[in-house]
Design a protein around this ligand. Structure first.
Ligand SMILES: Nc1ncnc2c1ncn2[C@@H]1O[C@H](COP(=O)(O)OP(=O)(O)OP(=O)(O)O)[C@@H](O)[C@H]1O
Ligand SMILES: [Mg+2]
Length: 198
């Protein structure tokens, strides 16, 4: 078994079972959290992620198995993190916008939209890392999702973030509810700026 990564929350292993490569995502115990709270958080995030993977109506890793507590087994996507591509390929942001439009139209909020949580394989964009996801049709929730993505662009892709966000918007306009959500985004961002003054 090979370790693919160990993020803030989870250790990601790659293994081969019955000739197929699969990913194991283990949400490891965090000793800085109270044990009970830690168990609860790991369980909620594991269940959220498994539930979304089960019903995701767009490209993403297929769920293979989950213990409903701390472990998820899913399909391995042999792709490249969007994070490593976006600076040279700003148009990728348009695809991100179009795919997010489909996800939001299906009533799914990602909750952690960064370019490390997207993989590109054969010109297809796959979303991953659904531990903070939930279902909602509220423009507010969709707008916050987009606002977090914009902040992620500003911090990880500062050289291209303005162009990238314009591309993203061009893609997102494919959503049936784009006008409503983008109007809400303006409200969310105004609120953010006002908060910063205090
Ligand atoms: N199904 C998969 N196929 C290929 N690579 C994956 C897959 N799942 C995760 N990875 C790789 O491992 C990295 C970390 O995975 P992920 O984002 O799910 O965990 P994390 O950020 O540590 O967890 P979390 O944000 O839930 O705490 C990803 O950025 C990606 O490079
Ligand atoms: Mg991640």
């Amino acid at each position: 078994m090979e370790i693919l990564g160990s993020g803030a929350e989870a250790t990601i292993y790659l293994e081969t079972a019955r000739g197929k490569r699969q990913v194991i995502k283990d949400r490891v115990r965090k000793t800085y959290r109270l044990p009970q709270l830690d168990d609860e958080l790991r369980k909620t995030r594991t269940r959220r992620e498994a539930n979304i993977l089960r019903k995701l109506p767009l490209p993403g890793p297929k769920l293979i198995d989950s213990d409903g507590k701390e472990r998820i087994v899913m399909e391995f996507i042999d792709g490249t993190q969007a994070k490593l591509l976006l600076d040279k390929e700003v148009k990728l942001a348009r695809t991100i916008g179009a795919q997010l439009a489909r996800m939001h139209d299906a009533g799914i909020i990602h909750g952690d939209l960064t370019t490390s949580n997207m993989l590109v394989k054969d010109n297809t964009l796959y979303f991953i890392d659904f531990g903070l996801s939930f279902t909602s049709k509220e423009p507010e929730h969709k707008a916050v999702d987009i606002h977090l993505f914009r902040q992620a662009l500003e911090s990880k892709h500062y050289r291209v973030h303005e162009r990238a966000f314009q591309e993203f918007l061009a893609g997102y306009r494919e959503s049936r509810h784009a006008d409503e959500v983008l109007a809400r985004l303006a409200v969310v961002e105004r609120r953010g700026r006002n908060k910063a003054k205090y």
